[in-house]
Design a protein around this ligand. Sequence first.
Ligand code: SAM
Length: 221
Amino acid sequence: SDSHFPVPVSPFHVDFSLHYPQFFPSTGEVSHLKKIQFADIGCGFGGLLISLSTLFPETLMIGMELRDKVTEYVKERILALRVSNLGQYQNISVVRTNSMKYIPNYFEKGQLMKMFFLFPDPHFKEKNHRRRVISPHLLDEYAYVLGVGGIIYTITDVEELGDWMKSCLESHPMFEALAEEELEADPVVKLLSCATEEGQKVARNGGQTFQAVFRRIVPTS
Ligand code: SAM
């Protein structure tokens, strides 16, 4: 349960120099000079972070994962990559947390430029829809931590969940769909179906995928 991991009181209480030592001078004080801009929600085994790390080497990114053992695995994986590729993979890290509860404890208003929800758990039954990581209520939170122009990327192999995520985003006044040309021009879109462990599994089995990519906008009044 949640009592097994620490929850920061606010983003100002997280010492990000422990996550990204090369990006922060070791003054001994909690430093907030550079801010995380990408968050992979329910990052699983971390494949997306690893692909994004070298694509955006100056951008700090974090994975949020609920399962303890999986989080530890991702930590070890990143440390090993740092050792075998000196100077690289310094911009990615992971925290064990419940992203459905604690997003505002980690990020300030407007701080994020990209949020990822790749192959989230489907929670099929109607009574469990409130457990889905995309919902009208949670989109309010994501709109809060995303900067204007920031992008939410979602993908799933479950058609019903794909329809659900898309319709939640379409109904929200602070998000608009990216145009087809924008999707084609965005190198990150190509990673959605192939960079994560779940995506690779779906691809191996020849499964179909359903994506929704939306931008945080200022609502027209
Ligand atoms: N995104 C990864 C991928 O594409 O390979 C993992 C997909 S896996 C099906 C869903 C992941 O979300 C699991 O690792 C699960 O532990 C994590 N998860 C589920 N609920 C969560 C929550 N409330 N907070 C953080 N992570 C969560």
